[in-house]
Ligand binder design. Structure first.
Ligand code: G
Ligand code: G
Ligand code: NA
Ligand code: MN
Length: 255
């Protein structure tokens, strides 16, 4: 598959880079954390499009190699921020279903952060419910359980877009839910969006989970989310994903 070859070639030629998008407190706008987002560049410097990237991530080998690279870059970034006294709480890393096909995810993750002396409490694993659903033998659940016991946090990504989502909240170990941007986009003007988001926030709260609203693009959305009881947001209104240097600068200014 061309997309898989492209990702592997980019890995070989060091054209894979971790970018970081800040997660902000809705009340103050301060940045409390980050989500690491992978940027794969072609030889011409253009960014690889999302569709082929997602396709490549369904391949166990490509996903594993790419995750390895992301984990290393994230660990190195966290090490640097800790050394420089830059303020932040945690960095989320996305993992896809393909990552779990290979197994030993627990060792692979903990090994990388140990090498850099980074405590796992600074790390969030962002998974979609599809990652959990894809595996019948509970490999995912076991790996996640072991990592959580060592302080790592788990975020359920794109929450609300799957099916049987509410069941998943009690079956899967989850610390944070990330409300999908489609719900944030539907907020406002008395439509059903606010009721849905408000309901999700209430449920997460009662289950003792943190909530992050994704895709916050306007001040109005931030205000509505805050009124609904949400405390954290991520989106273009606060900042677009940026590279390590820009992110360091942002954390110094607003961390
Ligand atoms: O970064 P956005 O800007 O375009 O990301 C597009 C999609 O790719 C999102 O669904 C996001 O979760 C996914 N994604 C981004 N970075 C990574 C990564 O490092 N690993 C995996 N598995 N998915 C990622
Ligand atoms: O991991 P996840 O699938 O949630 O990936 C987040 C995706 O959302 C990334 O592609 C990121 O670039 C994108 N994104 C981040 N902030 C915004 C935003 O405010 N609006 C929109 N439309 N997309 C966003
Ligand atoms: Na994510
Ligand atoms: Mn998401």
């Amino acid at each position: 598959l061309q997309a898989i070859r492209d990702v592997r070639e980019a890995l070989d030629e060091d054209r894979v880079e971790a970018y970081f998008q800040p997660i902000a407190r809705l009340d103050t706008g301060d940045f409390i954390g980050l989500e690491a987002l992978c940027r794969v560049f072609g030889r011409d410097g253009a960014r690889m499009a999302e569709a082929p990237f997602q396709l490549a991530m369904t391949d166990g080998v490509a996903a594993t190699l790419l995750t390895e690279r992301m984990l290393t870059q994230v660990a190195r970034a966290i090490r640097s921020w800790l050394d420089d006294g830059v303020n932040f709480q945690h960095v989320g890393v996305n993992v896809s279903a393909g990552d779990f096909h290979v197994g030993a995810l627990e060792k692979r993750i903990s090994g990388v952060f140990e090498r850099y002396g980074v405590p796992l409490r600074h790390v969030i694993l962002e998974v979609t419910e599809l990652v959990y659903l894809g595996k019948k033998d509970n490999l995912v659940g076991e790996a996640v359980k072991a990592l959580r016991a060592r302080g790592l946090l788990v975020a359920l990504d794109d929450f609300g877009t799957g099916y049987a989502s509410l069941t998943h909240l009690v079956t899967f170990p989850v610390d944070i839910i990330k409300i999908d941007k489609s719900f944030v986009a539907d907020l406002g003007e008395g439509g059903p969006g606010a009721a849905i988001v408000g309901g999700l926030i209430d449920i997460a709260r009662k289950l003792g989970m943190k909530i992050v609203a994704e895709g916050v693009e306007t001040a109005e959305q931030a205000r509505l989310l805050e009124a609904l009881g949400c405390r954290l947001g991520q989106g273009f209104f606060y900042a677009r994903p940026g590279d390590f240097d820009l992110t360091t600068k942002r954390l110094r200014e607003r961390g």
